[in-house]
Design a protein around this ligand. Structure first.
Ligand code: G3P
Ligand code: MG
Length: 372
């Protein structure tokens, strides 16, 4: 593998293995590509070895992120090989014609993503703040930033007329919150309201009428998080708090307000993203489809996909997920931990990978050597 990838010629037999690459801490650090990421991906493309990008990141539509990454990594990519944190939300058709709250991301990028997914009525916390500034006293200084992309609410917040007041049917955290205070306040208001009607307070005031049942089963809207990462590898040399940090803070406020589990008002939530099974199932299906399309273009008999090398920097998401995923297609997922992100070389990772390497090019060389 020492030769320049460009010199490599496509194989005659179709490889029966593939890769799933995490992005942050493996291929990039925020906007900076990692040194040997291009080399690793261009080698695989020259050898027709399929790969997908599987990230807990998000905040823009898949098409936009793919073109950003193609440019940054100088590698042709397309959405068939790309799964990000909120991609699975696109299949939640039952909420497409309901009113949803979308939280997180820069400006109103995540609203545009949700609308491209087919959600017809999308409200954001800053829409609510712009319409009712008093709802959160501590983000007034941000109103000049929010107003240019805030939209009028689909209904007023009028507790005296619940039937015509703004009702939120589901809450989705698409990406990292940029205003933890505002977002926590709005989510709290909705979860403690009467069935998602803003401005109201459930008579149970956070105490479930059904002990040991989830609070939302009393009519409160479901709460979805797209990414469990407590920490992630950004440009700064030490890991940064991720969406999991925001969730933990929200759960702390919920606990303080309602007594939480002790009072039978456990905060019901759905958390997707690595290491959770639904994300790996979704990613494996996309990898199998992508591999079929890629290899159909180049002919050759398409054998069974035997192994997927899951290359990541975070033991809690990439390694735990890769180790615990049991494929319905009997594909063996092999976790490979790189030392260019959250994981610090020389320390003992919380979840043992099949292999620890320096960077993504080392990961590719090791995996290809296993297949010889
Ligand atoms: O917000 C992105 C961060 O949680 C980590 O993303 O690409 O390392 O799964 P990634
Ligand atoms: Mg990562």
């Amino acid at each position: 593998l020492q030769s320049a990838p460009q010199a490599a010629s496509p194989p005659s037999t179709v490889p029966e293995f593939a890769f799933a690459f995490d992005i942050d801490g493996v291929l990039v650090r925020s906007s900076d590509p990692l040194p040997r990421a291009h080399q690793a991906l261009s080698y695989l493309q020259s050898q027709l070895i399929p790969f997908i990008l599987l990230t807990n990141g998000g905040g823009k539509h898949e098409s936009e992120r793919v073109s950003d990454l193609s440019q940054k990594l100088q590698i042709p990519l397309n959405t068939s090989m790309f799964v990000q944190s909120h991609t699975p939300f696109a299949s939640l058709d039952e909420y497409k014609n309901k009113t949803i709250l979308v939280v997180g991301g820069d400006a109103d990028n995540c609203r545009h993503v949700a609308e491209k997914y087919g959600f017809t009525t999308v409200v954001t916390p800053f829409d609510i703040l712009a319409a009712y500034p008093a709802i959160w006293p501590f983000s007034q200084h941000l109103l000049p930033y929010y107003r240019p992309f805030a939209r009028p609410l689909p209904a007023p917040i009028d507790p005296s007329s619940p039937s015509t007041s703004l009702k939120i049917d589901a809450i989705f955290v698409y990406n990292d919150s940029r205003d933890w205070g505002l977002d926590t306040q709005i989510i709290k208001d909705i979860l403690l309201s009467k069935s998602g009607i803003m401005g109201t307070l459930s008579p149970k005031n956070g105490k479930s009428a059904f002990p040991n049942r989830g609070y939302q089963q009393d009519g409160q809207p479901p709460l979805y998080f797209s990414n469990p990462d407590l920490l992630w590898a950004a440009k700064y040399h030490l890991p940064r708090l991720g969406q999991g940090g925001f969730r933990e803070a929200l759960e702390g406020v919920w606990e303080a307000l309602t007594g939480g589990q002790r009072n039978g008002v456990k905060l019901e939530k759905v958390v997707i993203g690595k290491p959770h099974r639904p994300t790996y199932e979704f990613a494996e299906k996309r990898l199998i489809e992508h591999r079929k399309a890629l290899l159909a273009k180049h002919g050759g008999r398409l054998g069974h996909l035997k192994r997927v090398y899951m290359v990541g920097d975070n033991p809690e998401s990439d390694i735990l997920g890769g180790n615990s995923y049991k494929s319905p297609y009997k594909t063996d997922w092999v976790s490979v931990l790189v030392s260019t992100g959250v994981y610090v070389e020389g320390t003992v990772p919380a979840h043992a990978p099949r292999m620890v390497v320096g960077d993504v090019w080392d990961a590719v060389r090791w995996a290809v050597a296993q297949e010889k």
